[in-house]
Design a protein around this ligand. Structure first.
Ligand SMILES: [Zn+2]
Length: 135
């Protein structure tokens, strides 16, 4: 299926953190059941760093790391929302929370479950989904 790429805009709840990301208008998102995503309801859109531009709020970002410390969980110091972060599965990429995108440019969101208890198979699925997003 040929898909139209658009520039999505998004950010945190209070609006201090704002970014734009190049991605298809029809978004394929991953819904992960790991300890932190389950609590925060994070819906994953993983893109190459070159397709992501943070244009406001860098100074408002705080970082949380746990377990291996590989993932850099970034949240707004004012409103607490994690609108994007640097994922362990793809440290050269950016993982955007689809729930934090402005709806205007989104045609459709399809979610695929990511089972963290079967990480190896799930990461193969991520690699498949994000291969189009790499440069
Ligand atoms: Zn905020």
């Amino acid at each position: 299926m040929t898909d139209t790429w658009v520039v999505h805009r998004g950010g945190c709840h209070c609006g201090q953190v704002r970014f734009e990301v190049d991605a298809p208008a029809r978004i394929e998102a991953l819904d992960c059941n790991c300890s932190i995503c389950r609590m925060s309801g994070f819906l994953h859109l993983i893109v190459a760093t070159s397709r992501f531009r943070l244009f406001a709020g860098e100074a408002s970002l705080r970082e949380y790391r746990f377990n291996t410390g590989a993932a850099r969980h970034l949240f707004c110091a004012r409103c607490g929302i994690k609108s994007f972060y640097v994922p362990r599965s793809n440290p050269d990429g950016i993982d955007v929370n689809v729930r934090c995108l402005d709806p205007a440019t989104i045609v459709q969101v399809t979610t695929t479950p990511f089972d963290d208890t079967r990480r190896a198979e799930s990461e193969a699925a991520i690699a498949e989904l994000s291969k189009d997003a790499r440069d």
